[in-house]
Design a protein around this ligand. Sequence first.
Ligand SMILES: Cc1cc2nc3c(=O)[nH]c(=O)nc-3n(C[C@H](O)[C@H](O)[C@H](O)COP(=O)(O)O)c2cc1C
Length: 251
Amino acid sequence: MSVYNIYYSPTGGTKKVSDILANAISDNVRNIDLLKKNLSSQHFEKEDICIISAPAFGGRVPVDNIEKIKTFTSDGAKAVLVAAFGNRAIDDTLIELYDVVVSVGFTVVACIEAVAEHSLVRKFGAGRPNAEDKTELETFAKKIIEKINNNDLTVPNFPGNRPYKDFKASAMSLVVDDSCINCKKCARECPVDAIPMENVKTVDMAKCFSCMHCVSACPKKARHNSPTVTNALEERLRERCADVKPNKLYI
Ligand SMILES: Cc1cc2nc3c(=O)[nH]c(=O)nc-3n(C[C@H](O)[C@H](O)[C@H](O)COP(=O)(O)O)c2cc1C
């Protein structure tokens, strides 16, 4: 039996939650970073336990994340699903993640909505997951182990609708300042190749889905969202994001 920590985490918030859970389940975890390009397909055995974590983007799972999961196969490995969100709502993220993992053969034993910093407006969900979240997730991990040990395979009752809500991309606008040293890390790591190697100061907006990985990966902090667009988004989200949201645990 192996325990896998499988995450799609452009700016690291989803990974923080996933790490807490995976490390609470086992001290010998195998990491699979779904942001990486050219991942080889992988098979998971029935006895394996997989934490599979995705961020909520417009209340959905990012398309690239879905495509990577579709390369997996399994014959009933136990999956614990995490939807990390920026203190607004997950909408249909968990149900979409559930549908794709079940379609490739996983058995879902628990689901989690977990608050993380909003990667477009970082003041929403700032500092999450915090120490309290960690304790809560670690306690939940014990329940998950108990459920698996009891061979209880009941499907958790979690929220979401089919058909899923329409995905509306947040039209962000990236600014690259003069501290850019043209190291091309952003272009190499962009999961959808939206940054051309020959001119890293431009972005192909037909491919970019505003995941913010290039912003968080830049070693010189040279990439930013346009302040005007960020301020407008903050204004639009303020009412729905300002209060402290709980995590939600389904087993
Ligand atoms: C394009 C985009 C769309 C997002 N949509 C939502 C959303 O619908 N609901 C929400 O609460 N947070 C939303 N967020 C915030 C992310 O879900 C949250 O910051 C998550 O932790 C990001 O994961 P990461 O840090 O692993 O990249 C969105 C972020 C981005 C970049």
